[in-house]
Structure formats: C-alpha cells, structure tokens
Ligand binder design. Sequence first.
Ligand SMILES: NC(=O)c1ccc[n+]([C@@H]2O[C@H](COP(=O)([O-])OP(=O)(O)OC[C@H]3O[C@@H](n4cnc5c(N)ncnc54)[C@H](O)[C@@H]3O)[C@@H](O)[C@H]2O)c1
Length: 351
Amino acid sequence: MQDIHSAQDLRRKVAAVIQAAGSTTAEADKVAANLVMANLTGHDSHGVGMVPRYIDAVLEGGLKPNTGVATKMDIGSMLTLDGQRGYGQVIGEQAMQMAIERARQHGSCIMSVGNSHHLGRIGHWAEMAVAQGFVSMHFVNVLSRPVVAPFGGGDGRFGTNPCCIGIPLAGQDPFVLDFATSRVAQGKMRVAHNKGERVALGTLIDEHGNPTTDPGVVVVPQSNGLFGALMTFGEHKGYGMAVACELLGGALTGGGTWHRPADQARTVLNGMLTIVIDPAKLGTKTSFEREAVAFVDWLRESPAGAGHEAVRIAGEPERAARRAREKDGIWVDQQTWAEIEQSAAKVGAKI
Ligand SMILES: NC(=O)c1ccc[n+]([C@@H]2O[C@H](COP(=O)([O-])OP(=O)(O)OC[C@H]3O[C@@H](n4cnc5c(N)ncnc54)[C@H](O)[C@@H]3O)[C@@H](O)[C@H]2O)c1
C-alpha cells in the first residue's frame, strides 16, 4: 500500500524530523530538499526513506549535525577535504561549490572528500557543475555494510560504489550518467522488500552464496544472522568499476576502504573523488559543443528497438520522472512512512 504526498508537504515533514534531531533550520531544509529531489527524480531508494537511517546514525553518534567540510590540503587546482561525518547534503554542496570555483579559476579541479555522511544521489553533485557548463566526474565508495559480492565471490565485500559522469550539451539538457556499480542500488532492495516484491534473478545471492529473487536477504538478517549480497552489474566489468570506485573514492581520498565484517552501525560514510573540467579552458569548447550535440542527435535517430519507444540519453528518465512527480505527487509506501513516523517519535518531532 502506498500514499501520495506533495513534494512541499514531504519537505516540511522531513525537515521537522531532521531539525528535531539537532540540525539548524537551514541544514534541515537542505537535507529535506535533497531527499525529496531524489524522490522527484524517480530514485526513491535515495529519497525520504533514508530518514530513519539518518536519525539512527545521529543518535548513535556516527552522523554529526551542523558540521561542514574541513580543508586538509589546498594547492589551487587540487583540494583535499574532510566531511567530518556531517550530513552529505551539506558536505556535498560545500565541496562541489569549492571544486567548481577552482575549475573556473584553473580550468580543472581534482577534489577529494572523505568521511562525508551519505552523499545521496551522486547525480545531484554532477548537476551542480553541469548547470554552470562544466564536465563533472565522480568515483564514490560506501562505508556501511559490505553488501556487494566481488565477481566470482560468495559474500558481500564492498558497497554499492556509485560512479557518475555529467556532461553539458549545448542548447540541450545535459547527459548525466549516474549509477550504482551493483546491478541495482541497495535502497531499491529496501523499497522492493517493503512493497513485498521479488527482483530479477542475477541481482542477488543469499547468505549461502546461492542465487535468489528475495530482496529481504540484503535488508534483514537471515536465519544464520548473516546477510546475502548484491551482485555487480556487467559481470567482471562492473566488478572492476566497483573496485576502481573503492580505490579512488576510498583509498585515494583518505576516507578509507572497507576491509572488515559488518557491524551494527547505521552510519553510511561516502568518499568521493571528483574531477571538474571547464571545456573553455581546455581549448576545445567550440568543437566539443558541436561534436557532442551531433553525436547525441545521431544516437536519437536510431530506430526504436524491440520493446523500446525511443533511444534515450542518460539523465532523461530522471527529468521525465521529475516533471511527472512535481505534477502528480510522490508515492511513499506505508511501511516506509511508518518507519519515518517512528523516527519522528524517537526525536520528538510532530509530523
Ligand atoms: N551515496 C551512495 O552511497 C550511493 C550508493 C549507490 C547508489 N547511489 C545512487 O543511487 C542512484 C540510483 O542508482 P541506480 O544504479 O539504481 O540507477 P539506475 O539504474 O536507475 O540508472 C542509472 C543511469 O542510467 C540512466 N538510464 C536509465 N534508463 C536509461 C535508458 N533507457 N537510456 C539511457 N539511459 C538510461 C539514468 O539516467 C542514470 O543515469 C544514483 O543516483 C546513485 O548515485 C548512491
């Protein structure tokens, strides 16, 4: 069962819970706006359903309200930042503002941020840079539970390690490729589990390493107390990408990699290596704009294949979802909403 909410109503209620957990009004509004934007773009896994996890992380001490980035190293076009376990919605925005400003000055910026609490939908950060005409690339690791199995392995050893590439297209909406390197995002398994749905074979292995369609194996502990695991997309290729995200987003940023069994902590920390490029300073802006648009137009001219209406460009499904949900509202399943109400009660918020 699901109920429909307006974006405005969801923002107000989520902000009330985040504020009751200790955040300033400004921080609570920022976190709520970011989560609701994830719902609007069709990524419910990164939307308001994260609130219970955030509140538990605050109560456990693993997420620090009202905390900004600390600069560890700054040589102009390279920035090393520490998120100090602050809300990723605040850390991500501050870090990206700094990286964009440096790319404007120097032509490019390599920005690393470790130790941020959950950065949410990574496409949000690419969209900030792309809106100002910059290319933006992101390699991210996730320190939470080792929920994804290595290719050829039988248990979870790392997180859903997202990768994102945003590219502005002159006179058109941008290309924003933003995906988890697991075949599906972990949050989507929570949503499927809460809805009582099954998922495609090839997505999951159970706690014994056997294939399963039950999303519950990565949401609730199984009979032996262990969890199952997600599989990477694209077999050995997606697996390699996931490892690259761990090495770049975790090891190179200073945020750290995952190499221990799961614990009970609710905290989700992200490390993110970001590369921002100003095409104007690369000296190829005119041909970049012409060639990029010509290629995308060429793609769109491909006749629709069986089962498809048309060729789409990454970022389009999110923009279409946003238009529809801004008009029609956001469906939230009753299990997710009950969990949000329980979190509100934990911190004494009235929603
Ligand atoms: N912060 C974290 O720790 C973390 C971890 C994992 C994932 N995430 C986020 O989860 C979100 C969901 O990831 P996902 O893997 O489920 O995404 P997904 O599988 O829904 O989509 C991935 C990408 O494919 C594109 N796409 C979808 N359909 C398309 C089509 N028909 N043609 C062309 N392009 C198409 C989308 O525009 C998007 O860029 C992402 O925003 C990601 O950043 C965050």
